[in-house]
Write a protein that binds this ligand. Structure first.
Ligand SMILES: Cc1cc2nc3c(=O)[nH]c(=O)nc-3n(C[C@H](O)[C@H](O)[C@H](O)COP(=O)(O)O)c2cc1C
Length: 409
């Protein structure tokens, strides 16, 4: 029987156990530069026993951000990124960078017309006046492919052990995969095989750039969780193609940021907390509108994506990380028994960065996270994302670039 504490090989890297911190917007970068708070957060996770932590949302280019302070990968921040990876390595952990592009999902920056799989009105962009989206042509696609490969090479230079390509949640690569957004009539739209083509090409480009040295991981949706969106059958076609293209692991997620956030979290966004953090009337309106999609009577269930993820497990041999509502040692063991190689967690590790070691020693058998989702609203807080059950984050260290030397922390 495999234990969640057994080591595992993921492509070229070995992990000391099966626990992965799922990419979760830390809000610990300022003007695209990771801060000391980012260093502390991931160092704490490594010290707490998480084998592979993921630095969330690193845009592959400046126009790939959705929020103004998000990191975009560039030479100028190598030392700051390195401060994060060094701290993780010093504590015995490994770290991957979630590399991504927003496409049309630009909610908090005024950029004008955004690029996506298809031309039309941009729902996400209405919050900031980015009313239109334009279908990417071949040269746009080549540029984005190159940007992903370049970002992966930069991640390698900065000491990351892996990169995770974000293909879920409604960002650019998902805008190709999902029939909700992909209305193309060319060889990149239509059937599932055509809709996944560009994302698979992007992974191949990244694999070619860094695949011998870094773990190349993809985060995919097992379903968009909304009528007209991508289905588990689409996800199987995608997973098989990514396996063929050499992905080292797939992290299984679900839901889209606008249409079905409840599916991503297995419970509704905490509207009361969100409205405290969001001041713009139009953004408040959109959040209220998104609440209408939540199924009546929805209650949080541990391992809420299990049924879907088992379908992917049955279809491929590539290592898979089970994600979604893992809160206890029993859940982690169940994921192992189901045949998943790793267990990814976000909220439970935001609640307690030391959880993995505590599960191992038996100090606790279950996370204290209540899935209240207040942490999701804190991605808009200047102190960075944190769990409301814990003492507040230190505002000061979230203003200081990660590599600043004349600071004793
Ligand atoms: C505060 C917060 C921020 C998140 N930001 C991201 C993100 O930047 N990228 C991403 O892929 N997923 C993001 N997620 C989703 C998580 O990675 C994960 O898919 C989801 O929380 C379900 O896992 P869990 O039940 O272990 O929390 C975020 C989740 C939370 C709670």
């Amino acid at each position: 029987m495999t234990s969640p504490f057994d080591p595992v090989q993921i492509g070229p890297i070995s992990l000391s156990n099966r626990f992965v911190k799922s990419g979760a917007n830390e809000a610990m970068s300022r003007e695209g530069v990771p801060t000391k708070a980012m260093v502390k957060h991931h160092a704490d996770l490594a010290a707490g026993g998480t084998a592979l932590t993921t630095m969330a949302y690193c845009a592959v280019s400046k126009d790939g951000r959705t929020l103004p302070d998000q990191i975009w990968m560039r030479e100028e921040i190598i030392d700051d990124l390195k401060a994060v990876t060094d701290a993780v390595h010093a504590n015995g952990g490994k770290i991957s960078a979630q590399i991504t592009h927003a496409g049309s999902f630009v909610t908090s920056l005024k950029v004008g017309t955004t690029k996506s799989s298809s031309t039309g009105i941009n729902k996400a962009g209405l919050m900031k006046g980015n009313k239109w989206q334009k279908a990417m042509d071949q040269s746009d696609m080549e540029r984005v492919k190159k940007d992903f490969a370049k970002a992966a090479l930069l991640a390698e230079k900065a000491g990351f052990d892996g990169v995770e390509l974000h293909m879920g949640h409604g960002y650019l690569l998902n805008q190709f995969i999902s029939p909700l957004s992909n209305k193309r009539k060319d060889e990149f739209g239509g059937t599932a095989e055509k809709r996944i083509r560009f994302p698979v090409e992007v992974l191949s480009a990244v694999k070619e750039a860094v695949g011998e040295r870094l773990a190349v991981i993809a985060k995919i949706n097992v379903s968009d969780g909304v009528k007209g969106g991508s289905t588990p059958d689409d996800a199987i076609i995608l997973a098989k193609a990514l396996e063929q293209a050499g992905a080292d692991m797939l992290v299984l997620s679900g839901g889209r940021n606008i249409e079905s956030t409840w599916f991503m979290f297995g419970s509704p966004i905490n509207m009361e907390q969100m409205l405290k953090m969001i001041t713009s009337p139009i953004n408040r309106f959109f959040f209220k509108l998104s609440a209408l999609s939540v199924p009546k009577g929805l209650e949080f269930k541990e391992m809420y994506l299990r049924e879907y993820s088992l379908k992917i497990r049955a279809a491929v041999n590539v290592p898979l990380a089970y994600l979604g509502g893992v809160t206890s040692i029993d859940n982690a063991q169940k994921a192992m028994d189901d045949g998943f190689e790793c267990i990814a967690m976000a909220r439970a590790l935001i609640h307690d960065t030391g959880l993995v070691n505590k599960l191992k020693s038996g100090e606790v058998s279950k996370s204290g996270c209540t899935a209240c989702n207040k942490c999701v609203a804190y991605i808009y807080h200047p102190g960075g994302t944190w769990c409301v059950e814990n003492p507040a984050n230190d505002l000061e260290i979230n203003q200081i670039p990660a590599s600043r030397k004349n600071y004793n922390s």
